[in-house]
Design a protein. Sequence first.
Length: 403
Amino acid sequence: MIERQIIQHFTDDDLYKLSMCCAVIDNFPRAQVKYQFVDRDNTVYPEGFADEVLHQIELLESVVITDEEVNFMRNRCYYIPGWFFRYLRGFRYNRKWVKVWQDDEQHLHIEFEGNWSDTILLEVKVLAIVSELYYEITGQASKLDYDECYSKAYHKAERLLGAGCVYSDFGTRRRASFQAEETIVRAMRDCQNSRQWPGRFVGTSNVYLAMKYNLTPVGTMAHEFVCAIAGMYGPQMANHMAMEAWRHTFRGALGTFLYDSFGWDIFAMNFSEDFANLFKGLRIDSGDNHEQLMKIAAKYEQLGVDPRSKQVIFSNALDTDRAIAIQRYAVDYCQPSFGIGTHFTNDFEGIKPRNIVIKLVAVKITESWTFYNDTCKLSEDKGKHTGRPEVIERFKKAVNFVE
């Protein structure tokens, strides 16, 4: 048993989980959900790995938010209402929300079930636990050269900043370790501060590291917000309802909408002129980046909005080269920025990053319902739909999704 506690800080988490938690309580306070872990590489895990994961989840029960963390978020996350910090002060993780086991072939299974407002704060932490624990238990942690990590990250920052890229670290979920993410954040900050650059390192999605290094915590929402609404009410109007709920809670702040939960076409039918003016921009997280950008620009123009006044965040499996290539053409159509994850926080010689996700798969509007409604996520990347095959097919027909 590894006694070292992997997650030691409440805000060692992505900002979007906290902002979504706030919006969930504000709009869907009684919703119940189920999540499932997916390892896209079908990894065979060491025997006993599930027990180690469960032990780390049990240790989360001792992790509570501190005054320092609350004060930082009050100052930097001005858009979060005061009542939410009172909620966070009383929040406690509970191992009973989680099931972890390995099957006969030693594949790893993880499920969450409970109040959406509770279980929503597990995903990123559990993924980070699985990733770091895997390298620890398989003996690969000894290969993590943090001096090289700093040097490599500094060089990436020089290239991105020199190319005029505005970018953030999005790498908590699949980082090699907490130290790896801290190292790259420190390198990016140091490079940003070394001189004047055409580009800008905006900050990190990790709230704790943003606090430690006096950076801006970055992020808005994830697919699960739209996917849960689709499960409760149907996918045809899920984007519309999600945008309305987001507006209700944040009043125009946190104004980047993640549109691709069920493909571009159904989103475009929900994206009216008032939403186009309200939201600061959109995030591209699947599909061909150039093709998606052209659709976005055309839609803004159709609505009488200058796309060059809008931000488009690119976050689909980016690395330094891809981000710089996108910057060169996107700057003519929008205000491009980039969220880069695993390429920053898990780029070590001889180490293969974990290809793991946790997705919300079922939801019910209140605890009094006797059954859950299945949901899924449709991706613009072929083969990356998430959910049960029959549910995916049903949702594709409902929104007329064409591969």
